[in-house]
Design a binder for this molecule. Structure first.
Ligand code: ZN
Length: 425
């Protein structure tokens, strides 16, 4: 995962353009992807696909030709979506309102965008800005902002059910590692792991530019969106911060319960926070028209770590260990979503006699006592209301033990799976 982050790091991505296509081509070497392109001007829900942005370079130089700032050394140096500026002379005074720096972190370069207002600009460290003491400079931004396409991709692992789990990772940030190459990388390797064995839910991973990408996808998939039963936006998963799970707008959907539980049993530091209407693509899915249960899993929180949207969100800010922890957590959560079912006890008058059915002989293993107890808990609580996660929490037994007990009882025809409405499935 870290190697993939490193490979993607130098590419200048934005919400449209060749950086996005190049990124998806690299991801395609790891997982199957289908690409969608929507033309500039296309209506997507209440939005319009913007012009496509591409950039070859940009610089500020002294009149003697000495470069003092160059896109070639960092793609953060040019305002993302900057309009082109043909090579020209400019006074220092006239240049100043087009410069962006961070006085509180004088060595860091900020990441700034202007997608929906046509502007030009440069981003630089406060120290670089203070060193611009000449009266005049020469500048150039070799970018294009023209009719083109909005590009996004999706990767699907069909499940035994057409109901879906949707995961999103945004692909619109240039050289920034935690936000969000970490999410892209974790999502990619999660797909690789999950395609090794059959899944109950169909898993759909969207690699989309932030905001406009999820709006575009939802506009093209209004019918399909109704199949989304659980979802997560995967963001900022490579830094040292404890995990944060941001709940769905509803606040207590199954994905909210599963993520809280997966975090609890992970033994890693974590917190759960309530929904708020800014952040990442979960906002579009949770909007009242769609009202889809999509939470967000992150480590460092949107806008809250000092390195956020700066050059300090670099390759040393994320680590293989944290990416691995994040992948393990996602695997655990998706596994639990797949396995968490509701059952109806088919022999609810008194305890069914398990011995005569050979259930005890079927147990084996070292945790026989736990499994026996689990059988009784599952029988006691399978009233069509409690799901296996609720039974695990009430009993204090591990989810996997409860799940396995339910499988044994289902095979003995002592349980029948039911849906959330209590009807057989
Ligand atoms: Zn961001």
């Amino acid at each position: 995962m870290y190697a993939l982050v490193r490979e993607l790091y130098p590419i200048c991505r934005s919400i449209t353009g060749n950086g996005v296509r190049q990124t998806l081509e690299i991801l395609r070497r790891h997982v199957p992807l289908s690409l969608t392109e929507l033309p500039t001007g296309a209506d997507v829900l209440d939005w319009t696909v913007p012009k496509e942005w591409n950039i070859k370079g940009g610089w500020i130089q002294r009149l003697n030709g000495e470069r003092v700032l160059d896109f070639a050394s960092s793609n953060l140096h040019v305002l993302n979506y900057s309009t082109p500026v043909p090579r020209r002379r400019i006074s220092r005074v006239e240049l100043d309102p087009h410069l962006h720096s961070l006085p509180e972190h004088p060595d860091w370069v900020p990441y700034r965008t202007s997608y929906y207002a046509e502007r030009w600009g440069f981003c630089l460290s406060q120290r670089q800005r203070e060193a611009l003491t000449d009266a005049e400079y020469e500048i150039c931004i070799d970018s294009t902002l023209e009719p083109g396409q909005l590009t996004y991709a999706e990767s699907v692992i069909p499940g035994t059910s057409t109901d879906e789990i949707v995961l999103t990772a945004h692909i619109c940030h240039p050289s920034l590692c935690n936000d969000n190459l970490s999410g892209i990388s974790v999502a990619t390797f999660l797909l690789q792991e999950l395609q090794k064995q059959p899944q109950r839910y169909t898993l759909r991973v969207l690699f989309i530019p932030g905001t406009i990408g999820s709006i575009a996808w939802l506009s093209q998939n209004r019918q399909r969106a109704a199949s989304i039963k659980h979802g997560l936006s995967l963001v900022c998963l490579g830094d040292d911060s404890p995990f944060t799970y941001k709940r769905t707008l509803h606040g207590s959907r199954e994905v909210d319960r599963v993520l809280s539980y997966a975090l609890e049993v992970s033994k890693l530091p974590w917190q759960v926070i309530d929904y708020f209407p800014y952040g990442y693509d979960e906002r579009q899915f949770n909007s009242p028209g769609f009202a889809l249960p999509v939470g967000s899993l992150m480590r460092g929180q949107h806008g809250k770590f000092p390195e956020y949207h700066t050059s300090a969100d670099n390759l040393s800010f994320v680590s293989p260990l944290r990416l691995e922890e994040s992948l393990e957590l996602c695997l655990s959560a998706v596994g639990m979503l797949n396995d968490n079912r509701r059952f109806q006890n088919l022999s609810p008058y008194g305890e069914p006699q398990l011995g005569k059915r050979g259930v005890y002989r079927a147990l084996g293993g070292t945790d026989i006592a736990d499994t026996q107890l689990a059988l009784f808990w599952v029988l006691a609580l399978s009233d069509g209301q409690n799901d296996l996660l609720q039974i695990a929490q009430r009993s204090g037994l591990p989810f996997a033990v409860i799940r396995d007990a339910a499988l044994i009882l289902e095979r003995q025809e002592l349980l029948a799976a039911v849906g959330a409405d209590g009807a057989p499935v």
